[in-house]
Write a protein that binds this ligand. Sequence first.
Ligand SMILES: Cc1ncc(COP(=O)(O)O)c(C=O)c1O
Length: 377
Amino acid sequence: MPGSDRVTPGPQHAFHGGASFDAIGTDFGDLERRHQVVDADVLDAWYEPAPAVLATLRDHLAWLVKTSPPTHGEGLRAAIAARHGLAPAQILLGGGTSSLMYTVFPQLVGPGDTVAILDPMYGEYHHIFAHVLGTRVVPCELDAARGFAPDAVAIADTVRRSGAKLLVMVNPNSPTGVAMPRAAVETLLAELPATVQVWIDETYVDFAPEVPSAEPLVAHDPRVMVAKSMSKFFALSGLRVGYLCADGSLVQSVARRNPPWSVGLLAQCAAVRALDNYGWYRERAAETHLLRAELMAGIDALPELRCMPSTTNFVLIETTGLPAGELVRRCRAHGVFLRDCGSLSPRFGSRYVRTAVKARQDNRRIVAALAAAGQRS
Ligand SMILES: Cc1ncc(COP(=O)(O)O)c(C=O)c1O
């Protein structure tokens, strides 16, 4: 790989949740085992896909599995574009946004370039820029004393002073659950130099009704790229669907390296039906806020644990007692999988754990496991 000598030595892959598959078994020999675990270390939806999505998949399953999909997801791209007044030529599809990151970023930056990212933030970004592409990574540090709320002016200042070519942010951010409101996003764009590209990852935005998607901004600001996973809000994680909204000429140029059939037929069809049923998912998001409030009340009642405010389907928990790693290990003994956030930012130390919001029964198991873990042995 050209310039690979400049890549900071590091792990082969970014660390992710998903440890519950150790208990379920990746040979899928006994899928009933999934009922024994609470997989709150990943942020998948606690609900199933909309009934209309499942009905279509059930009715046409064999055909959907055995048939080649529309080559470049023409119908899905049209459905996405129509939602926010964009053109299909401004939409690039991928097998999840993860796949788009590995297709698009190598075409935007490389060794010698500087990329600014929020800190803390979803770990794949630091990994790809530092350990795969060999760029210089500049953290825009979010202040713990301000609840990790992003400050648009401070971020723009860091970007300007570092000479970064690209700013990557997650909004609402993970693992903090804190959103940057639209007005602040607009301030940020106004403060940034005209040459800086901005990748806004909106994986969790639809859970936060008060935060409008930045997708429409793409129509009049060629610097803006909005990455949208359909994994979480639309409950399609297993199918792998994501898309990027960006300036048409950028999409045209990066699409040359995007393989044909990058999203399978089952996934394309489910995604189109899911978009048609957006209102049903918004109702699930409203339920998620109620479930989150109950979960947080349960956790906050436990000694030495404190939930941070969240706008979305997960909660960051500060532990002032047991170190995060030990808390996570003890919860696992109860079949409850949580995320030790230490791997997401060195600034977290061993003080932060993240949990997904799950269905009510599972949330009770999470609280019970944390309570049992906190008993001094
Ligand atoms: C912030 C963020 N971006 C992207 C992804 C990857 O999502 P996808 O399933 O679309 O690859 C995740 C997955 O957890 C995430 O949390």
